[in-house]
Design a protein around this ligand. Structure first.
Ligand SMILES: Cc1ncc(COP(=O)(O)O)c(C=O)c1O
Length: 423
């Protein structure tokens, strides 16, 4: 039996839904016993001549002063030497503890998170591992546009879209979601992203209960990817208090569903340029090792290990005793902008624009009357009104990223939007 076959058998025994959803690529994957593997085994030797990196002969790096002087507070071993493919252990552990805290006491299993190169790579690894031409991928419309590239363009999976909002704009389209899930006939990846891009919406407690019920009742096999990029950026009460990963993982049948969670420092710690995110599935024991071996193989065959200085920075943040105070201050600032935009959008002409509900994340979505073309309006907003937005043609809407506009400027942004839409 080859190593990939052995891993497939372990997954089939201990995480059957994950095993049945593996892509053709992932069924062939196993982390090779090559340089990274052998260098980990040699880590504590007296004369370590395994991996090709310049050290002082005792495991410490010899970075250029031009660089190390610029980051005196960072751990040089993490910043300047290669990380293990799965990421530095202290960072994985620290993020795992943070996830646990945010789970509000969930009893559900989540593997020790693997460090990856931003949430884009987290989703890409899920796509490579579980999506191929034989896979249906369920996404809302609208959703983060890059899901198309990640699931359709590369692995050629079949994208199925369901409407995000109810037609009357009163909230998440639970019935549309239920209908889409009930139509799945073969292996699938179901993408759940709350707070959502581009809608800035998190379901209410009631809506989220319904979503979880629908997922756990699905006969599968399906991987449920929780893209929790905007976790914690919530400005209203009465909304889902934690990632739905925990609710699904607590109740799901592993024969039918495999929940996996992507989250990271990009938005949660406002470290947009850092490219540090995490991937953590509902597996433990031998199956956890087997799945990690496959994920590491696919990561090594694409971008290799995650950036050292970024891992060191995120670890430093996670160890800071006042991290929560600092992040709360940023969330409070975002909340001020959120409320300022809500007020500012009141001036939009109601017969030509409809603001879809938003309560979290960093975006709001302005739906346009069919007489107005979202892409043409976006261009006119730049040239005639000096306002930058993103057009979402599938729902003829504009996405407003209020996170990057000062609260005091949002009233004027609303006025200009109103004038552009009205003219
Ligand atoms: C929903 C969602 N997932 C994933 C990502 C990718 O995040 P990253 O910048 O960490 O790759 C984004 C980025 O905008 C996003 O909105």
């Amino acid at each position: 039996m080859t190593e990939p076959e052995r891993l497939n058998a372990v997954l089939m025994r201990d995480a059957p839904a994950a095993a049945r959803c593996l892509s053709e690529l992932a069924r062939r994957a196993a982390f090779p016993r090559g340089i990274p593997f052998q260098s980990v085994e040699a880590k504590n030797t007296e004369y370590n001549a395994s991996i090709g990196q310049l050290t002082d002969g005792h495991g410490r790096g010899l970075p250029l002063e031009a660089m190390s002087n610029a980051v005196p507070g960072l751990d040089p071993a993490i910043s300047f030497l290669y990380a293990p493919q799965e990421g530095h252990a202290p960072l994985r552990e620290a993020w795992g503890l943070r996830q646990r805290k945010a789970s509000l006491g969930s009893s559900a299993v989540a593997a020790l998170p693997m460090v990856v190169h931003g949430l884009t790579q987290a989703v890409s690894l899920v796509a490579d591992t579980f999506a191929d031409a034989e896979t249906d991928v369920l996404i809302p419309d609208p959703c983060w546009e890059n899901y198309e590239l990640l699931f359709e363009f590369r692995p050629r999976a079949n994208l199925i879209r369901y409407p995000f909002f109810k037609a009357d704009g009163s909230g998440f389209d639970v019935d549309g979601f239920a209908a889409a899930v009930s139509k799945l006939r073969r292996k699938a990846v179901i993408v759940i992203n709350f707070p959502a891009n581009p809608t800035g919406y998190t379901p209410t407690v009631e809506e989220s209960r319904a979503i979880v019920d629908i997922l756990v009742a699905h006969k599968g096999p399906a991987v449920v990817l929780f893209d929790d990029a905007y976790q914690g950026l919530v400005f209203e009460s009465g909304l889902a208090p934690r990632s739905l990963y925990w609710d699904v993982a607590e109740r799901c049948d592993p024969e039918r569903l495999f929940p996996i969670k992507a989250d990271g420092a990009t938005k949660e710690l406002f470290f947009f340029g850092g490219r540090i995110a995490f991937l953590s599935g509902h597996v433990a024991g031998e199956a956890e090792v087997a799945l990690l071996s496959k994920l590491k193989c696919i990561a090594r065959s694409t971008v290799g290990v995650a950036s050292g200085p970024s891992q060191a920075l995120v670890l430093a943040a996670l160890r800071a005793p006042d991290l929560d105070v600092q992040t709360r201050a940023r969330v409070t600032l975002l909340g001020t902008r959120y409320r300022a935009l809500k007020a500012a959008l009141d001036v939009l002409p109601k017969d030509r624009a409809r603001v879809w509900p938003f309560n979290s994340g960093v975006f709001a979505l302005v739906g346009l009357d069919p007489r107005i073309d979202a892409e043409a309006l976006r261009k006119r907003l730049i040239t005639d009104f000096s306002v930058g937005t993103i057009s979402i043609p599938s729902v003829n809407a504009l996405r407003v990223a209020y996170c990057s506009v000062e609260a005091s400027a949002l009233e004027e942004l609303g006025n200009r939007l109103g004038r552009a839409i009205g003219s």
